[in-house]
Structures are given as structure tokens and as C-alpha cells.
Design a protein around this ligand. Structure first.
Ligand code: ARG
Length: 503
């Protein structure tokens, strides 16, 4: 046991327990490109985008910690039929003078509302829907000077908003890419594929690629013989898949990676099967093998006391309000300094939302409940934060007396009580939890581990009392409580959270 504790402490001293433990495993270093978040500019940023953002960020963190050379990409959906709807919507619903006068926040709202209104109208009005498709087809054919400024402004406003949003969540990307950057290459590719007779232009004008009879993809549940991929519409415009193909070749040229990961919802499984299918038909089987769909499930409902929310901004607002409530009314949560209330409330809200999301296997669908996410007594993000802060308090109060406990612990016998042993046992399980999380790219392994450790630390506080104890008892206790605090802090950081030291 001493050896394990020593490894954890040494790793902490070197700057990161997670990094040191994972690197000691000697994973062969790979180049990995990871695509996550990747929202669409016209549509509101919704919970699915949030899931991709927080799962992707976690996976990115773990892969980098393990020593891989990672490039993260935010691939904006700034092209496609939704752009036609957005632009058509602007023509229909938005007065230029209103648009020009609005401030950035209002413009963003106007942009989102316009898209939603337009998409709704297109569902019932066939003529309107056709016109929206035509708008997009003209833009693709670069015959649409009149639509261009709308697209440019929408794109600009979305990017600005996203920048603020990512800053708030502390997310960063190595590169922002976008679908519109790959249109030209995508078109050329389709022409080539037709020429090479890999794609076929059907009578209805669609360009498709069929799989060869019963080939290859053993993971596909649909038999691959009936899998086919659409690459171009009858009006010659490209599709999401066509741009995806062009984009992966661009990624290969730039990074020549060993893996290309995509953190995208389950609903796009077929899309990634088709991507691999076309790659294989193109003779790019090796590249197809490097594609990894890091899939995740659907968030079904999100009811708050104020009603249902879909938008991430609203979700965060509701979370912050709840956290403020807790800070004001709960006995167990006290924020000492008035000026910290705002940042603590924000961290608590974020902790609730993120831990609640990452605590289950990523492919499962779930129903979001604020009650559960914010429950300080049960397994939740705020619960981890609270236990972490409490351990910080213990360290603070005892630093003066036992300040050198991080080195002097080796001179004393280890804590003998059952609780103490259990806590040490739990600490030794951090490494296997990390390993499993990394090999399966499953955040939940570490989240569940952190819940267990935090809960255990709470029940250990009384039996492992430090204050007033003789040195040979106090030091080993303080040492394992402090290690527990360090491990909890690293779990929080891995989830993208800031560990709270006081509350
Ligand atoms: N923009 C897409 C959506 O919101 C997700 C893109 C994921 N990344 C990718 N390379 N396909 O559904």
C-alpha cells in the first residue's frame, strides 16, 4: 500500500497524478485528431452539442494526458440545407433595419428564432420549402451574391457567441474548421468518383455509391449489401457526407494521424458507416479503419421548475439560479466571501450539469433532472465539490501544525482503522479506473470513481480526526485525506471543472 500512496504523491508533485499514472503505462504514442462540439451555425446550440462538447473535452484531456499527440477540431456546420432555410427565413421574416440596429445578443436571438420559424414553416408549406432549397442550391453554385452577406453575418455572430460560450466553459480547440471550406473539394471529388465509376449518377439525378456485395463492415448492423451513400443531390449540391469526405482527406493531409475521432450522437451512426463505406470503395480502406465514432446518447427531456429547457444558455441560467438558491438557504454550503458567490454558483451549476451527464455510459439516452443533478446528498457534481472543499478545510487547519506531512508520513505506521484502510484501497483503485476510462473512452468510469471516493471521504472524516491527535496518528491520517483531496481535484479538472476550495 505504501508504494501505491507514494506513487500518487510523487505524481502529484510532478504536476498531475492523471498524467503520470497514464504515462507510466507506456502507451505507444499516437497522433489523434478529435472532432467535437461542432455545432451548426444556424441552429440554436442545444443539449446534443453540449454533450459532444463535454464528452469530447474529457476524451481530449485523457488522450493528451496519456501522452498522445492530439489535435482538437471544432467543425462548424455552416453549410447545407439548414443554411438555405436560414437565409430564406431572413428574406421572409427579418427587416433589414431591425437586424442592423440590433446588438450582438439580440442578433443571435433573432438568428436562432428566424431559423426555427423558417424550419417550421417549411414543414407545412411545400413552396416555401422548395424555395429554401433553391436558395441553398444557388449559394452552392456560387450564383447568389444577394444571399452572401446574410450568411457571412450569421456565421460571424455565431462564432462570436461560441467563442464566449467556450471561454465560459473553459473549452479550447486547436483548430476551427467548417463545412463551407470543403465544398469545392467535395464537388471535385464527386466528379472524380463518377469518372472512376465508383459513384453512379442515377436517372433521378442523384449520385450514389453502392457497397460491393456483402462486403467488409462487420460492425454494421444493417447488412452492408444494402448500404449505400448519397453524395450529390439532383440540383448538384453537395451533402453533409460529401463535405465530410473532403474534410477527412484534408485532415489526413494536414495531420497524417493514426486515428480520426468524431464525438457525435448515436443518431449519426449511419453517417459514419457511409463515410467508411465510400472510403473503402475509393480504395482508402486504411483511412476508413482510422475513423472512430465516439458516439453518445440522446438527452430526452430537461424539465426545470420553470418548465422545459432545450437551449444550453437556458440550462446554465436555470442551474445558476438553483445554485444561488442553495448557497442562500443551505446550512452545509456557505460561501465565505460575498464576491465569490457568483463564481461559486456558476461552478456548482456547471458541476451539476457536467457530472450528471458524464456519470453514465456515453451511449445511453437519459432524462435530465435538475433535482438529481443538484442533489448534494447523492452522487452529484456539487457533492464532489462539497467534499473536496471540506478536505481543503482540513488541510488548511492542520497545515501549520503538521506542514511537512507530505514527506514525514513515511516515518510513521499507516492508518490502521477499517475506514482508513478502505480509503487507501479506494485511492489505489484510481489507476485502474483511469486505465479503463482511457481504453474505452468512457468518462463514467472516472465520474463514478469520484462519487465513491467523495462519499467515502465524508464518512471517514470523523473516524480519521486529525485535530488534537498525536503526530504519529495525525500525520498518516492527514496524508491520506490530503491525497484523497488531490485525487478528487484531478477528477474535477478532468471533467473540465474548477475544484472549489471553500464553500
Ligand atoms: N454539425 C453536426 C451536427 O450538429 C455535427 C458535426 C460533427 N462532426 C463531424 N465531423 N461530422 O449534427
Amino acid at each position: 500500500m505504501r508504494a501505491v500512496l507514494d506513487r500518487l504523491q510523487t505524481a502529484h508533485k510532478k504536476g498531475s497524478i492523471i498524467r503520470e499514472l497514464l504515462r507510466q503505462k507506456g502507451h505507444s504514442k499516437k497522433k489523434i485528431v478529435i472532432d467535437f462540439s461542432s455545432p451548426n451555425i444556424a441552429k440554436p446550440f442545444h443539449v446534443g452539442n453540449l454533450r459532444s462538447t463535454i464528452i469530447g473535452r474529457y476524451v481530449d484531456y485523457l488522450l493528451r494526458s496519456a501522452g498522445h499527440e492530439v489535435t482538437s477540431i471544432n467543425y462548424l456546420g455552416d453549410w447545407g440545407s439548414q443554411i438555405g432555410l436560414m437565409v430564406r427565413g431572413f428574406r421572409e421574416f427579418v427587416d433589414d433595419s431591425v437586424w442592423n440596429d440590433a446588438d450582438p445578443v439580440k442578433r443571435l436571438k433573432l438568428l436562432r428564432d428566424t431559423y426555427v420559424r423558417s424550419a417550421t414553416l417549411a414543414q407545412t408549406d411545400e413552396r416555401y420549402a422548395r424555395e429554401s432549397r433553391e436558395v441553398f442550391a444557388r449559394m452552392e453554385a456560387q450564383k447568389s451574391d444577394e444571399h452572401w452577406p446574410i450568411w457571412q453575418q450569421a456565421s460571424e455572430i455565431s462564432r462570436q457567441h461560441l467563442n464566449n460560450f467556450y471561454a465560459m466553459l473553459n473549452v479550447r480547440f486547436d483548430r476551427w474548421d467548417c463545412e463551407s471550406a470543403h465544398v469545392t473539394a467535395a464537388k471535385e471529388m464527386v466528379d472524380q468518383l463518377i469518372e472512376r465509376r465508383i459513384a453512379e449518377r442515377r436517372e433521378d439525378g442523384l449520385c450514389v455509391v453502392h457497397s460491393v456485395v456483402n462486403s467488409v463492415d462487420t460492425n454494421a448492423s444493417s447488412s452492408s449489401s444494402d448500404l449505400y451513400a448519397l453524395l450529390r443531390k439532383a440540383d448538384n449540391s453537395t451533402l453533409y457526407l460529401t463535405r465530410e469526405l473532403a474534410a477527412i482527406f484534408d485532415r489526413r493531409r494536414r495531420y497524417d494521424a493514426d486515428e480520426y475521432l468524431y464525438v457525435v450522437e448515436n443518431g449519426q451512426r449511419l453517417h459514419f458507416e457511409q463515410l467508411k463505406l465510400v472510403l473503402r470503395r475509393m480504395g482508402e480502406g486504411e483511412l476508413a479503419e482510422k475513423v472512430g465514432h465516439v458516439n453518445f446518447g440522446h438527452v430526452m427531456g430537461m424539465s426545470t421548475r420553470a418548465g422545459r429547457v432545450e437551449l444550453v444558455d437556458d440550462l446554465l441560467d436555470a442551474g445558476v439560479r438553483l445554485a444561488n438558491d442553495v448557497i442562500l438557504h443551505s446550512h452545509s454550503v456557505k460561501v465565505a466571501k460575498e464576491e465569490d458567490v457568483k463564481s461559486v454558483a456558476f461552478q456548482l451549476a456547471l458541476s451539476a450539469i457536467i457530472a450528471n451527464d458524464l456519470k453514465r455510459r456515453r451511449a445511453s439516452d437519459y432524462e435530465f433532472s435538475f433535482e438529481r443533478a443538484f442533489n448534494f446528498k447523492d452522487d452529484s457534481g456539487p457533492m464532489i465539490q462539497m467534499k473536496h472543499a471540506r478536505l481543503c478545510g482540513i488541510e488548511r487547519r492542520n497545515r501549520e501544525e503538521f506542514g511537512d506531512f507530505e514527506t514525514s508520513w513515511v516515518d510513521y505506521p499507516l492508518e490502521e482503522s477499517d475506514v482508513g484502510k478502505e480509503l487507501m484501497k479506494r485511492l489505489s483503485l484510481f489507476e485502474p479506473a483511469l486505465e479503463e476510462s482511457l481504453s474505452q473512452l468512457q468518462p463514467c468510469t472516472v465520474v463514478v470513481y469520484a462519487f465513491q471516493l467523495a462519499r467515502l471521504s465524508a464518512s471517514a472524516l470523523k473516524p480519521l480526526r486529525v485535530i488534537g491527535q498525536p503526530k504519529e496518528i495525525a500525520v498518516p491520517r492527514l496524508f491520506i485525506l490530503s491525497l484523497t483531496r488531490k485525487v478528487l481535484a484531478e477528477c474535477l479538472i478532468a471533467l473540465g471543472l474548477t475544484p472549489l476550495e471553500e464553500m
